[in-house]
Design a protein around this ligand. Structure first.
Ligand code: NAG
Ligand code: NAG
Ligand code: NAG
Ligand code: NAG
Length: 204
């Protein structure tokens, strides 16, 4: 676990090479595999809960609470929505969250390197993301709200819950990177993970 930081960083430098050597494999999926491996439930509990003060919350935009429920609601209600719109939204939401978490941690905090390396990784994913199309209006509104510091709608959330959302929605939205017979978009899929956490790990 202590090595996670170095591992993420190693990937970021590896990206440049991967890009120029191979075009057949998707660099985005490769990056997301690193995110997947870095944000397993153990890591989320360790870095985002046990290393934090009890019940510690950060202030986020309403739009930064981006859960499976949001994804299904958007898919249901927004005409012309494409996966790429959700993917860009996911990236922007979580980049903002990682920036916020990094900004409240002192450099010597045991979760600092982990979080800031993830932030670097997300920034590099943003760089390789295909040029955006014009998204449906509703999605544009979300992006505008995320980019605005004037938004008056604030919420609070624990870093752990925010990264739980990040992890779960990633599997749902980038389905080609995480092929599986189970449906990651359904809450039911994640219930076991949740149960295991409450049984096996002391809650704080
Ligand atoms: C994602 O991580 C989980 C465990 O943390 C692992 O079982 C799974 O194989 C990983 N998926 C991919 C596509 O790397
Ligand atoms: C933390 O939150 C839980 C659940 O909301 C609550 O039961 C507990 O008392 C809180 N702990 C502290 C130290 O505030
Ligand atoms: C997700 O839904 C909640 C309400 O359940 C809302 O506050 C939040 O803004 C939504 N997030 C996005 C990105 O639409
Ligand atoms: C964090 O990273 C910096 C530079 O990469 C390194 O010097 C430092 O030892 C790391 N800190 C921890 C706690 O791993």
């Amino acid at each position: 676990m202590a090595g996670s930081g170095a591992w993420i960083l190693g990937w970021v430098f590896g990206l440049v090479l991967t890009q120029s050597v191979s075009t057949s494999t998707s660099p985005i999926c490769k990056a997301l595999t690193v995110v997947n491996n870095s944000l397993g439930v153990k890591e989320r509990i360790h870095f985002m809960r046990h290393n934090m003060p009890i019940n510690y919350t950060i202030r986020v935009h309403y739009e930064e609470i981006f859960k499976l429920k949001n994804v299904s609601r958007l898919r249901r209600n927004v005409e012309g929505l494409e996966d790429v719109d959700l993917q860009v939204t996911w990236l922007r939401v979580n980049l903002g969250i990682l920036k916020k978490i990094t900004s409240v941690l002192p450099k010597k905090h045991p979760s600092y390197n982990f979080t800031s390396n993830l932030e670097t990784l997300f920034l590099s994913v943003e760089q390789i993301f295909p040029e955006g199309r014009d998204p449906p209006e509703r999605i544009q509104q979300i992006w505008d709200a995320l980019g605005s510091s004037l938004g008056k709608r604030w919420n609070v959330a624990t870093p752990k819950s925010l990264l739980d959302n990040c992890y779960q929605t990633m599997h749902c939205i980038f389905s080609s990177c995480f092929p599986s017979s189970s449906n990651y978009c359904q809450r039911a899929h994640w219930r076991n993970e949740k149960k295991a956490q409450h049984q096996g790990v002391p809650k704080n």
